[in-house]
Design a binder for this molecule. Structure first.
Ligand SMILES: [Zn+2]
Length: 252
């Protein structure tokens, strides 16, 4: 069997909501400042640091264009090694994570797409009341992040390549059923296993791509006005399904 060196892009949001995280500060983790709120493992060279600065700027633009501004200012930890990623609180197997007011980038997540993906989670979280945030289905949260971050690993063409490889690709109704974080996590695990069993080498997971495909047409149609309308409606107490359909999602 072919050796698989798959980096599964599990981009699960773990925002603890203001709890003291207990994670090390950048200084405690031995990281060096690169720019405001951007820290890197010392092993990242000048070219890598310049690239990081560009990535932050590009990610901020993607998020800002989508939401009509950026309200969050996360502290970004960029790691060149797995050891660094574990030290700053990153979970094994995750390319990037949003934790509290921090975004952690693993060696596999050092680009604008991963950064923007996590930033979308953080931005949505910051703009929603706690009860509204809790009511956001995970498929939408991930699909929005995939859409706005324009991750090539989770594009429509990626999804097609998975179909061509004979992988089970989730149907829309399968995606919509994944509302809780645990449902989402279980489904991610299932698709990872399918890739292993069928020996399909990939940098992405069809579930993320399918979630992106579920959200992308809506977002392209309604844009930032629709996104902000959804947030406003949910903050006013509307259930997600009611608010989403009212913004133009229609039946789904
Ligand atoms: Zn995510």
């Amino acid at each position: 069997m072919r050796h698989l060196k798959t980096v599964f892009l599990l981009l699960i949001l773990l925002l603890a909501g203001g709890c003291a995280s207990g994670f090390p500060t950048p200084q405690e983790a031995g990281m060096v400042p690169v720019a405001a709120n951007l820290y890197a493992e010392p092993g990242i060279d000048d070219a890598g640091r310049a690239n990081l600065i560009q990535s932050v700027s590009a990610a901020r633009e993607l998020v800002g264009n989508a939401f009509g501004g950026v309200e969050t200012n996360p502290v970004i930890y960029a790691c060149a090694t797995n050891d660094c990623y574990a030290r700053v609180g990153g979970s094994h197997g995750l390319a990037a994570q949003a934790l509290d007011d921090r975004i952690l980038l693993s060696p596999y997540g050092l680009n604008k797409h991963f950064l923007a993906h996590e930033w979308v989670h953080a931005e949505l979280y910051a703009r929603m009341k706690p009860a509204a945030w809790q009511a956001v289905p995970q498929w939408f949260n991930e699909g929005l992040a995939v859409t706005i971050s324009q991750e090539p690993e989770h594009s429509e063409s990626f999804l097609q390549s998975m179909l061509d490889a004979g992988l089970p690709v989730p149907r829309p109704e399968d995606v919509y059923a994944l509302r809780s974080l645990s449902q989402w996590g279980n489904a991610i695990g299932f698709h990872e296993k399918q890739q292993l069993v069928l020996g399909v080498r990939s940098d992405g997971n069809p579930l993320y791509a399918a979630a992106g495909q579920a959200v992308r047409p809506w977002f392209l149609r309604v844009g930032r006005a629709g996104l902000n309308d959804l947030i406003r409606r949910m903050n006013a107490g509307q259930p997600f399904d009611v608010a989403y359909q009212a913004t133009g999602a229609g039946q789904y």
